[in-house]
Design a protein around this ligand. Structure first.
Ligand code: G6P
Ligand code: ZN
Length: 543
């Protein structure tokens, strides 16, 4: 086995976004592209000598090839060991757990999350730190800086490691440990939730449909739901991970999980439906004829988590990303605990979780999780819902009705304009920034602007400041619109418009969200001038 030091030069655009580096797969497959980035990660975290990493991904096209390169480079950089999920598979939350459980120096997770996979679709790679969470901005800045000056990388010349055989092997001087990707994670779930109560629910005829969307949660859901909780075989659908996610878009929302929505709104619908994304950190929850928005799901889970054994002593605090609705804030207020509002991106929850300030976190982008790992966790959310359904004996629709009756309803929707010309999208944002001083007091239809500003976050734990985190416009009615450019797209810009209106009249909490938000939607469009500046008549995706 020979070790090579390969001369290279910086490649443009290796700047990590909201969650690691995401690019078209063919971009990642270009000569030196992956290698440059992996070496930059190694250099950016202070070298690999003597370190141990967890390595695994969501099984998308190029996952296996990229893992072989990573292993050969880790060995050449002096790593002590890599712990790899069998077949190269690890869901993002399972990887986070493994990093923590085994006390490693972090991990490399290969995924582009909910983006489609395949040679002409997307690929991604991110580094998570020793706490199991996405690298902080300080670390990603160092990694990016390294990509701009890199001149060589180290790689071993070796045959492929057999990723399918569980057990230890070696690569040069580095130990490679192949582990079952599911076992440790399933044990963690069993320690948090009342499996006996959920088993009893299924034994009494409760019916569920879990759509794994041909992505990584298939084996996890099958083991936990069907094998350990005795849900009937067939509860998990699309449960075999495929490199192109069955040609689909593994994004658990009403648009991309349409089959599940149809089943849940159709005749003879199951009692409970759920889905997860490419790498298993997102979730969608839907009852019989009753879709639960991610913001509402966070609020209900935070409100009732104490019904699960792992959270019986209550919550230290709640955290949500700023664009997420304020439904969780109302729960926090009632419980007398703090609700933190962070920028978009799970990494911002890391310090709050590490510091014991927050127990449950969530984002409008279909992520919910807790201090059990340092990533959002799709199956965890599903199991907490199941635990709550078992403990209360209520249906999803009943729980939502109860929740809105008690706390009011934060009507909420997100409108996305995808693959917009980048210059036009930046113009939309810049023009609004220029109008911050003059917007307050202006009326748009029946709504009057109260405040207009750009969100900046001061981390209460390490004091770091993150600026430019989205434009917020508040109305005197209590309504709000937020505008942000996505940090996860791989084509042009995606403009996200987050719309919210609180309704506390118990007679008015069961309206259609788009109808209830009509005034905010119209004001949002006028304020930003989306139509004239982007040429788009309507959003591409409404969630
Ligand atoms: C990833 C992160 C999430 C974040 C989301 C936002 O999924 O893990 O924490 O909420 O990206 O994506 P966006 O496209 O809005 O930047
Ligand atoms: Zn994901």
């Amino acid at each position: 086995m020979t070790q090579h030091i390969v001369k290279t030069s910086p490649i443009d655009g290796q700047k990590p976004g909201t969650s690691g580096l995401r690019k078209k797969t063919r971009v990642f497959m270009q000569p030196h592209y992956l290698e440059n980035y992996v070496q930059s990660i190694f250099d950016g975290i202070g070298g690999m000598r003597g370190k141990t990493l967890v390595v695994g991904g969501d099984g998308r096209y190029f996952n296996d090839r990229a893992i072989q390169v990573i292993l050969r480079m880790a060995a050449a950089n002096g790593a002590a060991a890599c712990i790899v999920g069998q077949g190269g598979i690890l869901s993002t939350p399972a990887a986070s757990h493994l990093i923590r459980l085994r006390g490693t120096d972090g991990g490399l997770i290969l995924s582009a999350s909910h983006n489609p996979g395949g040679p002409d679709e997307d690929f991604g790679l991110k580094y998570n730190g020793p706490n199991g969470g996405p690298a902080t901005e300080g670390v990603t800045d160092r990694i990016f800086a390294r990509t701009t000056e890199i001149d060589e990388y180290r790689i071993l010349d070796a045959t492929d490691v057999d990723l399918n055989s569980i057990g230890d092997t070696s690569l040069g001087d580095m130990r490679v440990e192949i582990v079952d990707p599911v076992t440790d994670y399933a044990a963690l779930m069993e320690s948090l939730f009342d499996f006996a109560a959920i088993r009893a629910l299924f034994a009494n005829g409760f019916r569920m449909r879990f759509d794994a969307m041909h992505a990584v949660t298939g084996p996890y859901a099958t083991e936990i739901l069907e094998n350990r909780l005795d849900a009937p075989k067939g509860t998990v659908v699309n449960g075999v991970p495929s490199p192109d996610f069955g040609g689909g878009h593994p994004d658990p929302n009403p648009i991309w999980a349409k089959d599940l929505m149809d089943a849940m709104y159709g005749a003879d619908a199951p009692d409970f439906g759920a889905a997860s994304d490419g790498d298993g950190d997102r979730n969608m929850i839907v009852g019989k004829g009753s879709y639960v928005s991610p913001s509402d799901s966070l609020a209900v889970l935070a409100d009732l988590a104490h019904l699960a054994p792992g959270y019986a002593k209550g919550l230290a605090g709640i955290a949500r990303s700023m664009p997420t609705s304020a439904a969780a804030d109302r729960v926090a207020k009632a419980k007398g605990i703090q609700c933190y509002a962070t920028p978009t991106g799970w990494k911002f929850f890391g310090n709050l979780l590490d510091d014991g300030r927050a127990t449950i976190c969530g984002e409008e982008s279909a992520g919910t999780g807790s201090d059990h790992v340092r990533e959002k966790d799709g199956l965890w959310a599903v199991l907490l819902w199941l635990n709550i359904l078992a403990a209360t004996g209520k249906s999803v629709a009943e729980l939502m009705r109860d929740h809105w009756a008690r706390y009011g309803r934060n009507y909420y929707s997100r409108h996305d304009y995808e693959a917009v010309d980048t210059a036009a999208a930046n113009q939309v944002m810049d023009d609004m920034r220029a109008a911050f001083a003059t917007l307050p007091g202006q009326s748009f239809g029946p709504l009057t602007v109260e405040s207009a500003e750009e969100f900046a976050y001061d981390d209460p734990v390490d004091g770091s400041r993150s600026t430019g985190q989205g434009i917020m416009v508040g109305f005197t009615s209590g309504g709000r619109v937020m505008y942000r450019l996505s940090g996860t797209g791989t084509e042009g810009a995606t403009l996200r418009v987050y719309l919210e209106q609180l309704e506390t009249d118990p007679q008015a909490v069961e309206k259609d969200a788009q109808m209830a938000l009509a005034e905010v939607i119209s004001a949002a469009d006028q304020i930003a001038g989306i139509r004239q500046k982007t040429g788009r008549d309507a959003p591409d995706v409404i969630t």
